[in-house]
Design a protein around this ligand. Structure first.
Ligand code: APR
Length: 312
């Protein structure tokens, strides 16, 4: 019998709510919006508001709010935003000890209730959270992935489009590495509809855009006192859709490396193909010596974070 996809969203806060709205609007499936017992009212309220929105917008996704993991059982996709977002002045790494405890609890529940799901982690610090999620849940590496590169690339694409005065839809950028200050835009692969970026923009302007991209999350935290939610949600939904519809999109995402790019036992942003088998492959692209050195530096920063996490 045909059945509808079930999408469990762990964390019903700012990103969780936007994820639910997008999943429903794009008819991706039915949605379970999960949060801790103290926030069950918030989860249920958002779910009801969004179901009512379906009458206006014309979707019929079932959306429930809950604090009971049993309601998430059998989910096809799990997207995790559980945790605390950044406040002004905080780096993503500052969140480590708080969010690590939360992610361990979430991972235990994913292991028992959602072991067949494709799991996308958004909680920060991303590379450490997704590593812990895989370790504690025991899910295969193909089905545990972190959302960062799609968002970082989108930010860079926007800044480039505005600078060049072209449609954002024509700009392709790829940002690899850890989701932090050490992220690595691979400029040789950035184009405007196939035209290499470096033919269109001065080095100074490009450097400024690269720097703005690396601080792109912090810029928003500073403005509104909490972290971004619209674009992060859209990025994760694009990844979920690629899995559920077997689109085989090639996107940058935090994937578990076992030798790829020279990294072992590490989650870091690399180009991947997402299809019905999850992360179907990590794609090897040629990097300049400078880019590889930047990626190594980024990997070292992620490794430091993992070492710190292992002691907590
Ligand atoms: N299980 C489920 N949900 C939890 C748990 C838990 N163990 N612990 C906390 N939460 C919930 C909170 O109650 C809150 O409703 O996670 C939700 C997080 O929502 P927000 O505070 O609005 O944060 P949001 O902006 O959605 O960001 C969440 O994503 O981008 C990252 O840095 C960001 O780590 C942060 C996460």
């Amino acid at each position: 019998m045909p059945r509808r996809n079930k999408i469990a969203l762990i964390g019903a806060g700012n990103i969780g709510g936007e994820l639910a709205a997008l999943a429903a609007r794009t008819n991706l499936g039915d949605v379970v919006l999960f949060d801790i017992p103290d926030k069950e009212g918030l989860a249920k309220g958002k779910a009801l508001d969004l179901e009512q929105n379906g009458s206006i917008l014309g979707y019929d996704s079932k959306i429930i709010g809950t604090s009971n993991w049993d309601d998430c059982a059998g989910a096809d996709v799990v997207i995790i935003t559980a945790g605390v977002p950044r406040k002004p002045g905080m780096s993503r790494d500052d969140l480590l000890s708080i969010n690590l405890k939360i992610i361990r609890n979430v991972a235990e529940n994913v292991k028992t209730k959602c072991k067949d799901a494709f799991v996308i982690c958004i909680s920060n610090p991303l590379d450490a959270m997704v590593y812990e999620l895989k370790k504690v849940s025991g899910l295969p590496k193909e089905r545990v992935v972190g959302m960062a590169g799609v968002l970082d690339s989108a930010r860079m694409q926007l800044f480039l489009a505005r600078e060049l005065g072209v449609s954002v839809g024509d700009v392709q950028a790829m940002v690899l590495g850890g989701h932090g200050d050490t992220m690595v835009p691979v400029l040789n692969y950035c184009t405007v509809n196939g035209v290499p970026l470096r033919q269109l923009i001065s080095k100074e302007k490009l450097d400024a855009i690269v720097a703005r991209t690396a601080g792109g999350g912090g810029e928003i935290v500073k403005l509104m006192g909490t972290s971004a939610y619209y674009a992060p949600a859209s990025a994760a939904i694009a990844m979920a859709r690629s899995y559920l519809r077997d689109q085989k999109r090639l996107v940058p995402a935090a994937a578990y490396c076992e030798g790829e790019y020279g990294y072992k036992d590490l989650y870091i942003g690399v180009p991947v193909v997402i299809g019905a088998r999850g992360v179907e492959k990590i794609v090897h692209i040629e990097l300049s010596a400078e880019e590889k050195a930047m990626l190594d530096k980024s990997a070292a920063a992620v490794r430091e974070l993992l070492d710190a996490a292992a002691k907590l």
